[in-house]
Write a protein that binds this ligand. Structure first.
Ligand SMILES: [Fe+2]
Length: 309
C-alpha cells in the first residue's frame, strides 16, 4: 500500500473479500489469513487527522483500509479543541455515511450527546448514566428496516477515571465461534434466535417486539445484532442456541488479545461497522462543565469499503 499516492476507490456495497466466505465451505481456508490480518491491523488502528472537515486522500485511505481489515478505525484529530459537531458529521460523511439515524435522545443534527443526564427521558437509558455498558451492538432492538450498520463515537471530554471503550470485529467473533462449533454459528444465524420483547416505555409509544438472528448477511456483508444483557432478551428455546449464547459470551469475555481497548481522549473517536462494544463505568470530575461527553452517531448506511488494496 502506498500512502503517499493512494489509489482510493470507495464503494459502500462492495465485496469485502472476507465475510462472504464465512458462510460457506471456504471458512478454514480464509480464517487463518483473516485472523492474522486482523491481529496486525489492531496494532496500528489509529489515524491522525489534520482537519476532519476535509480529510486528505491518504487519511481517508488509512481509515478505509483499517475499516476493511477490522471493521473499525480510531481517529485522532490533531486539534481537538477545533472539532465541532459539524466536523464529526463531515468526517463520517467522507467515509460514506449519510445523516445519523435519529433516536429519541438525539439532537437536531442526529448526534446524541452521551453524558450523565438526569432528564427523565434520558435517565431510562444506561448510556446516559455513568454505569458500565456490557457487550452490545447499537440498535439491536431495531427492525431490519432500521438496521444500524455504522457507529461513530467521538470524545469531547473523557471522564476523570474509567469510561474505557472495548470493541471487537464481529467477523472475528463469528470466526471464533464457528471454529468452536459450526452448529453455534448456524444456531445464531436462524431467524427468531433473539427476540426483544415489546417495550411499553419506549418514549414515543409502544415499541413492538422484534425478533431476528444474531448473525446475518446484508448483501455479502456479515452483520451482528447482540446484547449481553440478561433482562429483556428472549433467546430461542433450543439447547444448541443456549450453548451458542454461552460460548459467544465466553469468547467476548476471554479474547482480550483480540479486543481493542481505548480510553478515548479529546478529539479521538472510533468509527466502526457497529461491531460489538462495551464501556466501563466512570467517574466524572466535580467541576461543572467537565463531565465526560461523547458524541454518538448511528447510521443506517454502511461504511464505504476499499475496493483495491
Ligand atoms: Fe453502544
Amino acid at each position: 500500500m502506498n500512502l503517499s499516492e493512494p489509489q482510493v476507490t470507495l464503494a459502500s456495497k462492495t465485496r469485502s473479500g472476507t465475510s462472504a466466505h464465512f458462510s460457506g465451505g471456504d471458512f478454514s481456508r480464509c480464517w487463518d489469513e483473516r485472523l492474522s490480518r486482523y491481529r496486525r491491523a489492531i496494532e496500528d488502528l489509529s489515524v491522525e487527522i489534520a482537519d476532519p472537515l476535509q480529510l486528505s486522500a491518504s487519511e481517508r485511505h488509512a481509515l478505509a483500509t483499517r475499516i476493511c481489515d477490522t471493521n473499525m478505525a480510531v481517529y485522532r484529530c490533531r486539534h481537538p479543541e477545533t472539532v465541532s459537531r459539524v466536523a464529526v458529521r463531515a468526517l463520517a460523511s467522507q467515509l460514506g455515511l449519510g445523516a445519523p439515524d435519529r433516536n429519541l435522545c438525539a439532537a437536531d443534527d442526529g448526534l446524541s450527546e452521551l453524558e450523565v443526564n438526569h432528564n427523565p427521558t434520558h435517565q431510562r437509558y444506561i448510556p446516559y448514566s455513568n454505569r458500565a455498558l456490557n457487550w452490545h451492538t447499537d440498535g439491536y432492538y431495531h427492525t431490519p428496516q432500521r438496521t444500524i450498520r455504522a457507529l461513530a463515537l467521538h470524545c469531547v471530554r473523557p471522564a476523570m477515571s474509567g469510561g474505557t471503550l472495548q470493541a471487537i470485529d464481529h467477523e472475528i467473533v463469528f470466526g471464533l465461534l464457528h471454529r468452536c462449533d459450526p452448529r453455534y454459528t448456524a444456531a445464531l444465524s436462524q431467524s427468531g434466535t433473539m427476540t426483544i420483547p415489546e417495550n411499553k416505555a419506549a418514549g414515543s409509544g409502544v415499541r413492538a417486539s422484534v425478533s431476528g438472528p444474531v448473525f446475518f448477511h446484508d448483501g455479502d456483508v456479515l452483520r451482528m445484532r447482540y446484547s449481553a444483557r440478561k433482562r429483556n432478551i428472549i433467546w430461542k428455546s433450543d439447547p444448541i442456541v443456549g450453548e451458542a449464547v454461552a460460548a459467544l459470551e465466553e469468547i467476548l469475555n476471554s479474547c482480550a488479545d483480540l479486543v481493542v481497548t481505548r480510553r478515548l481522549l479529546p478529539g479521538e473517536g472510533l468509527i466502526c461497522s457497529n461491531v460489538p462494544h462495551r464501556r466501563s463505568g466512570f467517574t466524572d470530575p466535580s467541576q461543572p462543565g467537565c463531565a465526560r461527553l461523547i458524541y454518538r452517531g448511528r447510521y443506517i448506511q454502511a461504511l464505504a469499503r476499499v475496493t483495491s488494496r
